[in-house]
Ligand binder design. Structure first.
Ligand SMILES: [Zn+2]
Length: 452
């Protein structure tokens, strides 16, 4: 009866849900430009209060995170992470409708932030509506932490989490919801890679010089290139001593999960315009390498003259930005130490290393009840087996919840689709996916309530 009740409630409130989501998208909240942030935070706080949540703003100097909590039946609690800020909408001329109009066309809502990540955030509130209307209560305590700086690099989130450890304590956690893949299958992501982002700088003479001085003056550009070349061998393995020491072996269970992921290597190569993956790997081996291998990528190199025609110059400075994506259980600061000592041991002690940002890798085991509940709920709502990814190749602040607070965390299938155009013009969300996402969230909360 109640299953039917939830379904009926969600379907009969479709129009109201869509108009409330549109209202949130119509409120700009561009953290990098400081546009509409307070207004958006108040709008969302008001929506939470209307649903019986106690709310407060948690701030550590930047845009505040909204914290909200409503008690439920079981003693267990779930913490839902999301963000209310969005990327700037530029370039404006490439939008088919104004980015904050939230126009509906072809069964989709178009607007900046609709898919990244206001849709996910508001769908969770609509699932709460359905549960309260049909069951009169929530199956477990629901907490929200909605940050306002995700699109600006989550500058103060770690401080906020550290200051409010007890408030944020929970038994389960959901990351900002994900998206269906290219085959329209729902995806559950159980972890993400970590990252350390560093800048290497070499300096030479006190100023740029005429390149005729190259016979006498050491070049910081060559120095940098040689230091960079020492970081990897020709097979693509990172040569920093100890780099792979803490990499967890890929378990048989992880491999089993990878074998069920629809991974089309040829299509990926075609999309990316390459003929071969690093190391020549194919099929499941390629997927394993994609998710479970740490990387050392050069994001950018800057030095000297790169304009048109000739300019003979001996630059006095060269720098490179590196992102090293890490897998469980590598630690970013330990990797930075290993990078520094590798450079020193190799005679590159003069290369300056600045750490610009770090994220720890994080994952929740596939056997955790949270993963099992999400799989069950997905089967019921989507009528198909979800794709379960043991790890994801991107990085983010998930570790603050799963490592620092110790809460098992997954990214649920959410409300997005693979062509949602995050950060790009004409960002969109399919209305049917949105409604299904509300069903999923309601089912998942019920499932977790039963499991507790
Ligand atoms: Zn984003």
């Amino acid at each position: 009866m109640s299953g039917h009740g939830i379904h009926g409630y969600i379907e009969s409130n479709r129009e109201r849900f869509i108009s409330e989501l549109r209202q949130v998208v119509q409120q700009p909240s561009i953290s990098s430009q400081g546009v509409g942030m307070d207004e958006c935070a108040s709008l969302i706080e008001g929506m939470l209060e209307k649903r019986g949540f106690q709310t407060r703003l948690l701030s550590s100097g930047g845009y505040p995170a909204i914290y909200a909590e409503r008690r439920g039946e079981s003693r267990k609690a779930i913490l839902c992470y999301g963000h209310y800020d969005v990327q700037p909408p530029d370039p404006l001329e490439e939008w088919a409708s104004p980015p904050f109009a939230a126009e509906i066309r072809d069964g989709k809502i178009f607007g900046r932030g609709v898919s990244d990540h206001k849709g996910s955030l508001v769908s969770r509130l609509h699932a709460v509506d359905a549960l309260l209307a049909v069951d009169g209560t929530l199956p477990l305590t629901v907490k929200f932490i909605l940050e306002g700086e995700e699109e600006s690099g989550s500058r103060t989130l770690s401080e906020i989490v550290r200051q409010h450890r007890d408030l944020l304590a929970a038994d389960f956690a959901l990351y900002a919801g994900g998206a269906k893949d290219e085959n329209d299958s729902p995806v559950i992501r159980c972890g993400q890679k970590g990252m350390c982002y560093v800048q290497l700088t070499c300096t030479g003479a006190s100023q740029d010089l005429h390149s005729r001085t190259a016979a006498l003056v050491p070049s910081p550009v060559w120095r940098l290139v040689q230091a960079l070349a020492s970081l990897k061998d020709e097979q693509g393995r990172v040569t920093i001593p100890g780099f792979y020491d803490d990499v967890d072996p890929v378990s048989e269970q992880d491999m089993e999960a990878l074998r069920t992921v629809p991974f089309n290597a040829d299509r990926m190569k075609l999309n990316w315009g390459i003929s071969r993956f690093v190391g020549g790997v194919e099929d499941v081996e390629a997927l394993e390498q994609y998710l479970f291998t740490p990387t050392c990528n050069i994001s950018g190199i800057s030095a000297g003259y790169t304009g048109v025609g000739m300019k003979t110059v001996l630059p006095c400075r060269a720098s490179a930005k590196l992102d090293l994506r890490l897998v469980p259980s590598q630690q970013p600061l330990d990797i930075v130490d290993k990078l520094r000592s590798h450079l020193e041991m190799g005679g590159f002690g003069d290369v300056e290393v600045d750490v610009l940002g770090t994220f720890e890798p994080a994952r929740t085991p596939l056997t955790h009840p949270l993963v099992r509940s999400a799989v069950q709920a997905s089967r019921r709502v989507y009528g198909q087996e979800p794709v379960v990814m043991p790890l994801w190749s991107g990085s983010g602040p998930r570790y603050l919840f799963s490592n620092y607070l110790g809460i098992p965390m997954i990214a649920d299938p959410g409300v997005g689709h693979s062509d949602g155009r995050h950060h790009a013009p004409n960002e969109s969300l399919r209305i049917d996916d949105y409604i299904q996402g509300i069903h999923l969230m309601a089912e998942l909360l019920r499932e977790l309530g039963r499991a507790s």
